[in-house]
Design a protein around this ligand. Structure first.
Ligand SMILES: [Mn+2]
Length: 326
């Protein structure tokens, strides 16, 4: 059943002493990590259950920010499950079956388009007016009158700003939350932007510029698609492509034992053309014998079958072309 933020807050208050598993979508991102770690300040017996792994970029950001955490790949024997930043079981990859089977109560806290699923043990707070799950968690912590330490305020900022497509997806409330948290964290926006690697080093910049100049560029009606190989982490090049004007981008990096793919899109291309990059990544991941997922405008996949990457990228380009050109 759907619940209000008041009911949600009360449920979390009542769960203070419970063992809680906080479950993420496939390839945990900054929004999940910030939400889960911040909420675990209050739910002090909780653990972070990640279906596969934490995004490499996010690992780096959290390390630089001095945030430590441990994750598990299973749902431990918990009293309660909280799904954060995901509102459907399939988005939880390897943990999906266990979530479908469990009789334990599951609370969903999310900000994506609501998903129709209804079972007795499901309590859903899904509000699209929040631009990130981290914003929701911040509001809950305020309602619980939790004193937020500087480091956690900084972590909440990381989650909120990471999910905002450099503040393009934001509301006046997003800015209010950011302003409050900058005060609490005793920091400023430039420091935060640097931490989020909006500025990368000159060597990486050069590499990304080369990757983008070697990339394919296709005009689909009024939308620009860029795709190709990245010689630094793919998300860095995919992000940069969007920043310099692509509407959709997809790049891949080949490592010794896997290939990793990052796709990005500029909102509102997702709603205008009914494109969900997370779903596309999830469906195509079998081609590289791996897993994928994510959000409508930011998603990724990785897998061990490196030689499948050309087919993967071509299928992606076909899907986007059909969606946009009709
Ligand atoms: Mn999110």
């Amino acid at each position: 059943m759907r619940i209000s933020i008041e009911t949600l807050t009360n449920k979390i208050r009542e769960s203070r002493e419970l063992k809680v598993s906080m479950v993420s979508h496939s390839i945990a991102d900054a929004d999940f990590m910030a939400s889960a770690i911040a909420l675990s300040q209050y739910l002090h017996k909780s653990s972070l259950s990640i279906p596969d792994k934490v995004s490499k970029k996010v690992e780096g950001i959290l390390e630089t920010a001095g945030i430590s955490y441990t994750t598990t790949n299973e749902i431990r024997d918990s009293d309660l499950i909280i799904m954060l930043d995901v509102n459907n079981f399939n988005g939880c990859g390897a943990l999906a079956d266990e979530l479908k089977r469990t009789k334990k109560d599951i609370i969903i806290i999310d900000h994506h388009a609501p998903n129709a699923s209804d079972s007795k043990n499901l309590f859903v707070f899904n509000d699209e007016s929040f631009t990130s799950t981290t914003n929701i968690i911040y509001h809950i912590l305020k309602r619980l009158e939790v004193k937020i330490p500087e480091k956690i305020a900084n972590l909440l900022l990381i989650g909120i700003v990471s999910d905002s497509a450099e503040l393009r997806n934001s509301t006046p409330d997003t800015f209010m939350d950011i302003a409050e948290l900058l005060r609490i964290a005793n920091t400023d926006y430039v420091k935060l932007a640097n931490l989020l690697s909006y500025s990368i080093g000159p060597k990486e910049k050069l590499s990304a510029i080369n990757d983008i100049s070697n990339a394919k560029k296709v005009l689909l009606k009024d939308k620009l698609l860029m795709y190709g190989e990245a010689n630094i982490p793919a998300h860095t090049v995919a992000d940069m492509a969007i920043r310099i004007g692509a509407d959709v981008s997809i790049f891949y990096s080949i490592y010794r034992d896997e290939v990793s793919v990052s796709a990005r899109m500029l909102h509102p291309t997702d709603t205008a053309y009914n494109i969900h990059l997370g779903e596309i990544m999830r469906d195509l991941a079998t081609i590289i014998e791996g897993t994928g997922g994510g959000h409508p405008c930011a998603a990724g996949a990785y897998g061990s079958k490196k030689e499948g990457i050309t087919v993967f990228i071509n299928k992606f380009v076909d899907i986007i072309t059909i969606k946009i050109k009709g």
